[in-house]
Ligand binder design. Structure first.
Ligand SMILES: [Zn+2]
Length: 206
């Protein structure tokens, strides 16, 4: 019989998924905490829930805690919002992430929007496309009001010219606050020929 050392046990505990909401073992966001999420819609933005509780904790770990495995749980939540719309007859041709600025992604080691969009594409069987490029990292927006924030982000994205001619796009990001980032990304997608853009995020922080 092989007995585990204390170090092995500590390592197991460290690596074993635990729910960001309630701490239950087995997944990064357990089913009951996922069930507490109420999808919300604000204009052309749909969120799997409001930014709070388990969702807030999970997003925080996903973005700042290096727990990229949460992309699966959080992406699945976003995918169900897209699937709900597909079921009502809204059609999409592609899933597109609102990518991070390259330097930001490099610093973090991954691009959370890209990871989420990949899960959404997989779950909805829609093709994933990466036509957007963030050309300016946002300057700190905390102190800006809504209008100033939109102005700050104008021109923050470019999309491959003609890459999306006629496409109906499901745009994916992690959190929407004023929606300025998504508006800037949508504008770039439309300029590249997209026919329609709807946005989907994990949480709405309004
Ligand atoms: Zn939980």
């Amino acid at each position: 019989m092989i007995s585990k050392t204390a170090a092995d046990t500590a390592l197991d505990l460290l690596l074993a998924p635990r729910c960001a909401g309630c701490g239950a073992a087995g997944s990064w966001l357990c089913l009951s905490c996922r069930d507490l999420c109420e999808p919300v819609r604000h204009g052309r933005v749909t969120a799997a829930g409001t930014y709070g509780g388990a969702l807030r904790e999970a997003i925080h770990r996903f973005k700042y805690g290096g727990e990229r495995a949460l992309a699966n749980e959080l992406g699945t939540l976003v995918a169900s919002c897209v699937a709900n719309d597909l079921a009502t007859g809204i059609a999409f041709d592609v899933v597109v992430p609102a990518v991070l600025h390259r330097e930001r992604a490099r610093a973090r080691g991954y691009d959370q929007a890209r990871l989420l969009a990949a899960v959404v594409a997989e779950r909805t069987a829609l093709p994933l496309r990466i036509p957007l490029r963030r050309i300016r990292a946002a300057s700190p927006q905390v102190a800006l009001d809504r209008a100033a924030r939109a102005e700050n982000l104008r021109g923050a994205y470019v999309a491959e010219a003609g890459a999306l001619r006629g496409a109906r796009v499901a745009l994916v990001d992690d959190v929407a606050t004023t929606g300025a980032t998504l508006a800037a990304a949508s504008g770039a997608l439309r300029a590249a020929g997209a026919r329609a853009v709807r946005s989907y995020v994990v949480a709405l922080d309004a």
